[in-house]
Design a binder for this molecule. Sequence first.
Ligand code: CAA
Length: 282
Amino acid sequence: MQIRTVGVVGAGTMGNGIAQVLATHGLEVWLADVSETALTRGLEAIRNSLERLIRKGALPEDARHATLGRIHPTTVLAALAPCQLVVEAATENADIKQGIFKALDDVLPAEAILATNTSSISLTRIAAWSRRPERVIGMHFMNPVPVMQLVEVIRALQTDDATHAAVTGLAEALGKTPVTVRDGAGFVSNRVLMPMINEAAFVLYENLATAEDIDTVMKLGMNHPIGPLALADLIGLDTCLSIMDILYTEFRDSKYRACPLLVQMVQAGRLGRKSGQGFYRY
Ligand code: CAA
């Protein structure tokens, strides 16, 4: 199946990045969120990202107008009816995602694919919410979506081969590299990444080094583009905490317990870049 029409639910950091990449590659995109304010913010982020890419010559001048022209913002999920595939990129909260999946099941044609950008919730569980479980799949983009090469494709126990082929084909058409993994908490990306970030938070909590020095060790010593604490700020500390909690709950293993400092920072509203303060100030 060649996919031409795609819906994206959620205009936040991941959703707007996904919508942008789809639209720059010629697909028609319906971008849904609950409020006009969220949509306006999402479109503004897309404009800024396009400017960046045009400025450095990665996109032609006319890509700005053409890309934005292919994105149709909406606050009504029923507007996604023409979509062959929808990528759900809403808040990482199982109840919210379940509500969206139920609503999309009613709105979309039976053959449409339901993809989710979840970073850690079990795909098999999500597929079971739908009346088309064989057409549910994980399409996990990385932040910042326009820059990062990977799409982690997660097969639920129920996902069929045609759905998998359509989604890996789409990822390749977007210039990304899909890597397919089986369903398991945190998949591969966050099973490996989040314990590293959490451990960096522990090192800071135990006063072994400053945030800057912890990040410098990982940048200069391991060639990471940014350190784990700066990366946590980019991802959002609330997202990091919720992923650690899911790993802890799923595996029932204390090695996944969230660092108390991470918990407190989220309680204090220090969520990283998006709130102006996390391990660093912005
Ligand atoms: N849109 C378009 N371009 C962007 C961009 C955006 N939103 N953000 C960054 N860029 C571009 C910049 O224009 C710049 O391009 P050039 O090098 O060609 O000039 C390039 O990316 C680098 O940007 P900066 O110079 O501003 O900053 P940097 O060198 O620190 O790079 C970064 C920024 C690409 C984000 C880099 O720090 C990096 O790779 N960080 C690690 C990112 C990462 O690990 N992401 C995965 C997070 S985990 C996740 O997403 C999954 C999950 O479930 C939690």
